[in-house]
Design a protein around this ligand. Structure first.
Ligand SMILES: C[S@@+](CC[C@H](N)C(=O)[O-])C[C@H]1O[C@@H](n2cnc3c(N)ncnc32)[C@H](O)[C@@H]1O
Length: 279
C-alpha cells in the first residue's frame, strides 16, 4: 500500500495520520507530500495500524507516539503524566524573563509531571538550581528520564532535584528559599464536563487528590504556603483555568503577595497568574 492510500483509508484526521506516518515510517513531512506513492512495508503497515487503532479509541496522539514537543524539546510522555500543553510555555517564558542567563537562581516546579517546566527552565538557564516535586512516583520517574535525556550531564546548576510528596511537604529540610516557584497544578473542578474528554490523562494531574467544586483546592494550598518558601523579591507563578484568574489574584493578595498580575495566552485568555514576595 502507498502512503497516500493509507492516509485516505486510515479513518484518522489527516494531521494525525501524517504524524503517525512520520514517526512510524520514518518519513519527513516533505517526503510524504512530494512522494505520496511511497510504498509501505507490511511490517510498517502493521505498526501503523496498531497505533491508528489506539488513536481511533480516543487516546491522545502524544501517548501513542510516546512523546510531545514542549518549548522546543522532545519530552517522553506516558499515560502516567499529563501531556504538556502549549499554554504552559507561558510559565516558562515568565521564569526565563526573571532569570538572567548567567545567574544562579533557585527555581521550584510544583507538580512537575513529565518534567516539562523544570527541564525547559533548566535547559534554557544552565546556572539555575532546579527543584521539582510530584505526588506520583511514576511521573517523577518520567521527569527523571527526561532530565537525563535533555540536559547535559555537566550542567552548571547540576541535575534537577526531584522529590516525591505533597507540594512543599515533599521538600527536604535543607531546601533553599526560591527565587521562582512555578506550578501547573490540578485545577479542574470535580464535576467539570470537560473531564470526559480527558479520560486518558491521570486524574491526579487534572483534579488532584483534593477534588473541589471550584477546582481551586490545590491552588489554595500552593499559594497560602508560598511566602514561607519564597526568597525576598521571589515570584510565584501558577497556571489555572480560563475562568480562575480573578480568584487566583485574590488568593495571592490574601497570602500577602504583591504585584498580583495575570498573563494572557496566545488566545488572549488569562491562564497564568503571578505575584511576588516583597524584598
Ligand atoms: C496539571 S499536571 C502538570 C504536569 C506538568 N507540570 C505539565 O505542566 O505538563 C499536575 C501535576 O501535579 C501532580 N500533583 C497532584 N497533586 C499533587 C500534590 N498534592 N503534590 C504534588 N504533586 C501533585 C500530578 O501528579 C501532576 O503531575
Amino acid at each position: 500500500m502507498q502512503t497516500s492510500e493509507w492516509l485516505r483509508h486510515c479513518g484518522l484526521a489527516r494531521v494525525d495520520g501524517l504524524a503517525l506516518l512520520r514517526d512510524v515510517a520514518g518519513l519527513s513531512h516533505a517526503a510524504l507530500l512530494a512522494h505520496p506513492e511511497t510504498p509501505l512495508a507490511a511490517e510498517t503497515l502493521q505498526r501503523l495500524e496498531t497505533r491508528a487503532e489506539r488513536l481511533r479509541a480516543g487516546e491522545p496522539l502524544a501517548y501513542v507516539l510516546g512523546w510531545r514537543e514542549f518549548f522546543g524539546l522532545r519530552f517522553a510522555v506516558s499515560p502516567a503524566v499529563l501531556v504538556p500543553r502549549p499554554e504552559t510555555e507561558l510559565l516558562v517564558d515568565f521564569a526565563l524573563d526573571r532569570i538572567a542567563p548567567e545567574r544562579g537562581a533557585a527555581v521550584l516546579d510544583l507538580g512537575t509531571g513529565s518534567g516539562a517546566i523544570a527541564v525547559a527552565v533548566a535547559h534554557a538557564r544552565p546556572h539555575a538550581a532546579v527543584w521539582a516535586v510530584d505526588a506520583s512516583a511514576e511521573a517523577l520517574a518520567e521527569a527523571a528520564r527526561n532530565a537525563q535525556a535533555l540536559l547535559p550531564a555537566d550542567r552548571a546548576g547540576g541535575a534537577p532535584r526531584l522529590f516525591l510528596g505533597d507540594w512543599y511537604a515533599a521538600l527536604p529540610a535543607d531546601a533553599p528559599r526560591f527565587d521562582l516557584i512555578l506550578s501547573n497544578p490540578p485545577y479542574v473542578a470535580q464535576a467539570d464536563p470537560h473531564l470526559e474528554a480527558l479520560a486518558h490523562e491521570p486524574r491526579l494531574a487534572l483534579v488532584g487528590s483534593r477534588a473541589s467544586a471550584d477546582g481551586l483546592a490545590d491552588i489554595r494550598r500552593i499559594v497560602a504556603e508560598a511566602p514561607a518558601h519564597l526568597a525576598p523579591g521571589g515570584w510565584l507563578a501558577i497556571e489555572h483555568g480560563y475562568d480562575q484568574a480573578e480568584a487566583v489574584r485574590a488568593l495571592l493578595r490574601d497570602a500577602g503577595l504583591a504585584e498580583a498580575r495575570s498573563l494572557p495566552d496566545l488566545a488572549g485568555i488569562a491562564r497564568v497568574t503571578a505575584g511576588c514576595l516583597r524584598a
